[in-house]
Design a protein around this ligand. Structure first.
Ligand SMILES: *[C@@H]1O[C@H](CO)[C@@H](O)[C@H](O)[C@H]1NC(C)=O
Ligand SMILES: *[C@@H]1O[C@H](CO)[C@@H](O)[C@H](O)[C@H]1NC(C)=O
Ligand SMILES: *[C@@H]1O[C@H](CO)[C@@H](O)[C@H](O)[C@H]1NC(C)=O
Length: 582
């Protein structure tokens, strides 16, 4: 109460003070508004540099992993993430926050620059470019200076917020060589030819544009000028394309040829990959802490717990005679076919079925698949998580939560998160969160951490989609959609506390013994037999009449996978086993 009186008094005092001042002085300078001036906008995120919360550990000894340099065959490369800021624009690009262009600095002795780095201003600085050293006979140099530069774009005539004009240059490569990056300057004079190197064509690969870094307008305009991250267009465990960390500039639509190339690793053996001890250290250093939703009833378990608690193997034509799955799946078919001849299911008796459906957090293991990515310059650690049961989907219709009956339910649910680690230094670069048939890559700079460098991951209620943030993700419109809820609870698992490396093909045969269940290619759950129409009608009973039509439209628009017609398959059958996640 006293506070309120004080406040009113002070406010009155200010008001009369202002009136007195108004007569004496220019309004702007002394206005009451000035005293309570609008808060200045916060400085753009890019002004800070992202660092992991804790110093990464010293990795166990090995051969080529985390040694700072990778030999691509005739060309050595190293990752540089110290930069000089060259040109900034304060608008355009994601969130209309502008973008900044950086020149790499602190390039190691004997190495040359291949291109500049750029990123949007809406995130802390977190990036790298590769620099390169020629390792080929002088008669067939892998690196050569450009013969000229082409000015491909300048902001000189643009009315945008910027720190002076910026000029973007494309190195003109000598015959048989390609540019893998751009230069940016703040004056119209051509840069010196000595500043950058082009790469022999056989050491380059076809690029594609990836995330959008910048365009001059408020919104993305595919036909205007755009700056994107460059990445190899062919990616996978066997693909040779290497990301150089540089950017692509495109002016005038997707049909114009891409301005630069990617690098290529022509060394057959991925000598830069971690050995088994290093893999274990990496999982322990960066394993996500996974939170289940407070209302979750269907928890994960180990595969062995599932098998030893009554999981059954069915054979087509002999549906009445299922057999118990042996520990580790030793009696599961091992031929690489997915033809519907076999499937797994929960125990048949009701009591055990309900018990096993709920999973068992104490037994839970994460199953790790290790694979080379981006020409062996990165390691992907896919951490697979098994849930005996995927609960029903839920819809949000305006303010109502509508359970969707059996829709979305299925037996045997495989989810995963993938850690992408730099083989130059062992740093966590990105994490992929699997969300049903899709998913999202999130930069290490955009993750939530706890206990040092452990990223937080959220498993959504019933559907177990993985997210980097808690809250509601709605699929549909803002009024009606399928809910994916995530939140913290005391049901939490550090994916590194109990894990098993189940596959690392690059280590050679016999180094990692793959459990038999991994080579079971058929379904982990039966075909679902409920009547979709019936379930929709049941759910609709809860809704006021005017919402029924809109509700039906959303439910019918869901991907087939939600209706669970086909039981889910195991990790090895997923496209990401040999390919990139997205
Ligand atoms: C340079 O080396 C590459 C890779 O070994 C080879 O394909 C190419 O023919 C060589 N070029 C010359 C001029 O020797
Ligand atoms: C299952 O496999 C694990 C290792 O993958 C092994 O330690 C365990 O003994 C196996 N269990 C059985 C019953 O074979
Ligand atoms: C939300 O959940 C549904 C059903 O479980 C799923 O199909 C959909 O992909 C999820 N949406 C997102 C954005 O993850």
């Amino acid at each position: 109460m006293i506070r309120l009186v004080q406040f009113v008094f002070v406010a009155l005092l200010f008001a009369s003070l202002q009136m007195a001042l108004l007569e004496a002085a220019p309004v702007e300078r002394f206005s009451l508004r000035g005293l309570f001036k609008k808060k200045r906008p916060p400085p753009p995120a890019i002004q800070t540099t992202f660092k992991l919360p804790a110093a990464p550990p010293v990795w166990p000894p090995g051969k080529g992993f985390a040694t700072g340099i990778i030999d691509l065959g005739g060309l050595q490369v190293s990752q540089v993430s110290t930069f000089n800021k060259i040109w900034t624009t304060l608008e355009g690009g994601p969130d209309n926050a502008g973008a900044t262009f950086f020149e790499p600095t602190g390039i190691p002795q004997g190495f040359s620059m291949l291109g500049f780095y750029s990123q949007p201003n809406n995130k802390p600085l977190f990036g790298w470019v590769l620099v390169a050293k020629d390792n080929s006979p002088p008669s067939n140099a892998s690196l050569k200076a450009p013969v000229d530069y082409k000015l491909i774009w300048s902001s000189n005539s643009l009315q945008i917020k910027q720190n002076g004009p910026g000029y973007v240059w494309l190195p003109v490569a000598p015959d048989g060589y390609k540019a893998v990056g751009h230069l940016v300057t703040t004056s119209p004079e051509k840069p010196s030819l000595d500043r950058i190197r082009c790469v022999r064509s056989d050491l380059t690969d076809q690029p594609e544009t990836y995330s959008w870094i910048w365009g001059p307008g408020k919104n993305y305009d595919a036909n205007g000028l755009n700056v994107y991250d460059a990445r190899p267009s062919n990616r996978g465990t066997q693909a040779q394309g290497v990301r150089a960390g540089t950017f692509i500039v495109q002016n005038g639509g997707t049909t114009t040829p891409l301005s630069i190339a990617c690098l290529k690793n022509t060394n057959a053996n991925p000598i830069s990959m971690p050995n088994l001890h290093q893999i274990e250290a990496l999982v322990q250093a960066y394993s996500p802490v996974m939170y289940l939703h407070p209302d979750e009833q269907y928890l994960p378990s180990s595969v062995d717990w599932y098998f030893t608690n009554g999981a059954l193997l069915y054979k087509k034509g002999e549906e009445s005679k299922p057999v118990p799955v042996q520990p580790n799946g030793t009696n599961l078919p091992q031929d690489p076919n997915n033809d519907g001849a076999y499937w797994l299911d929960l125990p048949a008796d009701q009591t055990n079925k309900e018990r096993v459906k709920k999973g068992n957090l104490e037994s839970f293991h994460a199953y790790v698949h290790v694979k080379p990515m981006l020409g062996g310059t990165f390691t992907d650690l896919a951490l697979w998580i098994f849930y005996p049961f995927n609960g029903p989907a839920r819809a949000k219709v305006e303010f109502l939560n509508v359970p969707l009956g059996k829709i979305g339910e299925h037996v045997g649910d495989w989810e995963h998160v993938t850690l992408r680690i730099s083989n130059f230094n062992g740093q966590l670069y990105q994490i992929y969160f699997s969300e049903h048939s899709g998913g999202t890559w999130v930069d290490a700079s955009q993750l939530e951490y706890q206990n040092g460098n452990k990223p937080v991951a959220y498993s959504s209620l019933h559907g177990h989609a993985m997210y980097a943030k808690s809250g509601l993700v709605l699929q549909g419109s803002s009024a009606i959609g399928i809910r994916n809820d995530t939140d913290k609870s005391n049901m939490v698992a550090d994916l590194g506390s109990r894990f098993e490396v189940v596959s690392a093909e690059y280590l050679g045969p016999g180094v990692v013994a793959e459990p038999p269940w991994l080579n079971y290619f058929r379904q982990w759950g039966p075909k679902v037999t409920y009547n979709t129409e019936e379930e929709i009608k049941k759910a609709e009973k809860l809704l006021p009449g005017k919402l029924k039509a809109a509700f039906e439209k959303i439910v019918r628009g869901l991907p087939n996978e939600v209706f669970g017609e086909e039981g889910p398959t195991g990790p090895k059958v997923k496209r990401s086993w040999n390919g990139d996640e997205a």
